[in-house]
Design a protein around this ligand. Structure first.
Ligand SMILES: [Fe+2]
Ligand SMILES: [Fe+2]
Length: 321
C-alpha cells in the first residue's frame, strides 16, 4: 500500500512521479500496439485485384448528397462521368495534401528524435510513428498515381511556407505537436465521417481509410498525451506564447486540409458563384472547419491554453465552438 504523503510538497512530488509513470506506460502501450497491429501498403492492399482497380467514371466516386458540393444543383446537373471524376479528384487531392503534410511531419519527428537523450521512452514511439507515416505516404501516392488525374497538393506558396514546419521542434516541441494535431485531427474527422455515411464505397478507398484511421488513432493519442504531460509544466510566458500560436496554426491547418482544390475548380470550370456559395459563404462549411478541430480545442482548453487573452484569437480564426 502507498504511504500517505506527509506534506503538500511530498504529495506534489508523488503526483508528479505517478503522472510521469502513467505517461510512460501510455507510450509503451502505443509502441507495443505499433508492433502488434500495423499494415504495409504493398503487402496488405491487393492493388491488382480487379475489384480494387480505379476507374475514373466509377459511380462510387460521386460526391454524396451530404457533401456541400455534392448537394449543389450545379454538381447534380453534370453527367454521371463528370460527377464521378470530380469526386475522385477531391479524394485524390485530399490524399496528396495528406501525404505532403505527413512528409513535413516525419521530418519534424526525426528532428525531435535527433536530440532525445539515451533512455528516452519517446524515442522508440516516434520511430514507430515515422515508419507508419512512411507507409501512409506510399499508400496515398500509389492511390493518386492510379487515379491518373493530374492532382496537385498544397498550392505553391503555401507549400514553400510549410517547409518551416519540420524545424518547429527546434523552437518548441509543444508547438510542433499542436501542428501535428492540426493536420491529423481534421483528416481523421473527415475520414471517420466518410466511413460512417451509408454509401457503398470503393473497396480501395475503404481499405485505405480503415488502415489510416487505425494507425492515426495512435499518433493522435501520443500527441495528446505529450501535450497533457508537458504543457502544464511549461514556464508561464512560454505557455502564453503557445496559447497565442496554437489557434493560428490550427485555423490555417484546418483550412489547408478542407479547402477545395484550385486545379479541380479550373479543370471542371466550376462557376465562381458555386464555389462562393458552397465553400465561402456557407455556414455548413464554417461549421465543418470548427468541428474538425473540436477535439484539439477541448484539449487546449483542458491544458490551460485558452484564456481571456487567447480566446479571441480562436474566434477570429473561426474555430471557436
Ligand atoms: Fe498518416
Ligand atoms: Fe499520423
Amino acid at each position: 500500500m502507498t504511504r500517505a504523503p506527509s506534506s503538500t510538497t511530498a504529495r506534489e512530488t508523488d503526483e508528479r512521479v505517478a503522472d510521469r509513470s502513467a505517461y510512460e506506460a501510455v507510450i509503451q502501450r502505443l509502441s507495443k500496439a505499433s508492433v502488434d497491429k500495423h499494415w504495409e501498403p504493398y503487402k496488405d492492399i491487393p492493388w491488382e485485384d480487379p475489384e480494387f482497380l480505379v476507374d475514373q467514371t466509377d459511380p462510387r466516386w460521386e460526391l454524396p448528397g451530404v457533401d456541400k458540393l455534392g448537394a449543389h444543383p450545379w454538381y447534380r446537373g453534370r453527367s454521371p462521368e463528370t460527377r464521378a471524376r470530380i469526386g475522385l479528384w477531391r479524394l485524390a487531392t485530399a490524399m496528396k495534401i495528406g501525404l505532403q503534410f505527413e512528409n513535413l511531419l516525419k521530418r519534424g519527428l526525426l528532428n525531435y528524435a535527433y536530440r532525445l537523450p539515451n533512455g528516452s521512452p519517446e524515442f522508440r514511439y516516434v520511430y514507430h510513428e515515422t515508419i507508419e507515416e512512411g507507409h501512409h505516404g506510399m499508400m496515398f501516392q500509389e492511390f493518386v498515381n492510379r487515379t491518373e488525374l493530374p492532382v496537385r497538393g498544397m498550392p505553391g506558396p503555401l507549400s514553400l511556407l510549410a517547409q518551416v514546419a519540420p524545424w518547429i521542434p527546434l523552437i518548441s516541441t509543444e508547438l510542433f505537436f499542436v501542428f501535428v494535431l492540426g493536420g491529423e485531427d481534421p483528416i481523421d474527422h473527415v475520414q471517420r465521417k466518410l466511413l460512417k455515411d451509408d454509401r457503398v464505397h470503393h473497396p480501395l478507398e475503404e481499405t485505405i481509410m480503415r488502415i489510416h484511421i487505425a494507425e492515426e488513432a495512435r499518433h493522435i493519442s501520443f500527441a495528446r498525451h505529450y501535450l497533457r504531460n508537458r504543457v502544464p509544466r511549461m514556464p508561464r510566458y512560454r505557455r502564453l506564447m503557445l496559447g497565442v500560436a496554437s489557434p493560428i496554426i490550427l485555423g490555417i491547418m484546418a483550412r489547408i486540409m478542407l479547402a477545395p482544390p484550385g486545379p479541380m475548380i479550373r479543370r471542371f470550370a466550376i462557376p465562381r458563384e458555386v464555389v462562393t456559395e458552397v465553400y465561402l459563404r456557407n455556414p455548413a462549411a464554417k461549421r465543418e472547419i470548427r468541428d474538425s478541430v473540436g477535439k484539439t480545442r477541448e484539449l487546449c482548453t483542458e491544458i490551460g491554453l485558452v484564456n481571456a487573452l487567447t480566446r479571441p484569437i480562436w474566434q477570429v480564426m473561426g474555430i471557436w465552438a
